[in-house]
Design a protein around this ligand. Structure first.
Ligand code: CP
Ligand code: NVA
Length: 316
């Protein structure tokens, strides 16, 4: 069973991921059948954003409303985390008002400190280190497009960043193979590699040649080359990643029936061509929709009083 918070997939087991996916599929099916949920009636989620967002903000707010609760958006300027007020005080004050906190921030330590000093569940809505909600939505989407996650070859073309780090860990936990196709200076760190343990070099790998990396790939996954907070490096990154674009030519090396994924927002004709983005192989909008279904599972398993019941119903 998922723990008290959802901060990083390094805290999760394969069973936690499978539980989340089962509840997400169950809630998605019920939502499509018009079932009105009340599991979070009377509960409030505070959503603290220190970076911009479309998907995370809207999917959490709609997801929370769809479970009978409400969500409150708090901007960087209002809360002034660590400047107007220390994180440990914000954590304790918010915990007196709300039933859960979702945060999008820069330093991962801020997410950890909110959880440490607060007394309500904390959800990581993206930090510089990880994006666990995205990875759950990604696996959910892959489950819908492939017979099984086990044994898939997922190739992320880009840098070792929040999205690729979480996706690599998610793949490792469910028995999928993950390859990071990246330039030499944008690879996983020694600390990342240590986290992957014995699976490093086999289940989780990095390959610098993009053609070799995508050969036989079931999924070609892309993200922006310059993440939020790295804007000063944009020119340098545009040069470094110029051979790492998802395009029709790269796709010819992938497996038959391979899919294209992107966490969005996408920069067309940088990390992915417009042609590839709009192609039949692209499942990026299924993926974006699944952010909401995946997060409803996270909210339900962290914040509802009937965690065990929903899990039992979902796995039946
Ligand atoms: N993929 C994702 O997290 O999108 P937003 O930045 O729009 O929330
Ligand atoms: N790596 C990107 C993901 C955006 C959803 C960023 O951090 O900006």
């Amino acid at each position: 069973m998922l723990g008290d918070h959802f901060l990083s997939l390094t805290d999760c087991t394969g069973d936690d991921i499978m539980d989340l996916l089962a509840v997400a599929r169950y809630l998605k099916k019920r939502s499509r059948s018009g079932v009105i949920e009340h599991a979070l009636a009377g509960k409030t989620l505070a959503m603290v954003f220190e970076k911009p967002s479309l998907r995370t903000r809207v999917s959490f707010e709609v997801g929370m409303t769809g479970l009978g609760g409400r969500a409150m958006y708090i901007s960087k300027d209002e809360v002034g985390l660590g400047t107007r007020e220390p994180v440990q005080d914000v954590a304790r004050v918010l915990s007196r008002y709300v039933d859960g906190i979702m945060i999008r921030t820069f330093a991962h330590q801020t997410v950890v400190d909110l959880a440490r000093f607060g007394s309500v569940p904390v959800i990581n809505g993206l930090s510089d280190e990880s994006h666990p909600c995205q990875a759950i939505a990604d696996l959910l989407t892959m489950q819908e497009h492939f017979p099984s996650l086990a044994g898939l070859r997922i190739v992320f073309i880009g840098d070792a960043n929040n999205v690729s780090r979480s996706l690599a860990r998610a793949c490792q936990l469910v028995g999928a193979n993950f390859v990071l196709a990246c330039p030499e200076n944008y690879a996983f760190s020694e600390a990342d590699i240590a986290e992957f343990g014995d699976d490093w070099g086999s289940v989780v790998q990095q390959i610098h040649d993009p053609l070799a990396a995508v050969t036989g790939a079931d999924v070609l996954y892309s993200d922006v080359w310059t993440s939020m907070g790295q804007e000063a490096e944009r020119e340098e990154r545009l040069n470094a990643f110029s051979g790492y674009q998802i395009n029709a030519s790269l796709m010819t090396h992938a497996a038959t029936g391979a899919k294209i994924m992107h966490c969005l927002p996408a920069h067309r004709d940088e990390e992915i061509t417009d042609e590839a983005f709009e192609s039949e192989a692209s499942i990026v909008f299924d993926q974006a929709e699944n952010r909401m279904h995946a997060q409803r599972a996270v909210l339900r398993l962290l914040m509802a009083d009937d965690r065990e019941d929903v899990l039992t119903a979902a796995v039946q």
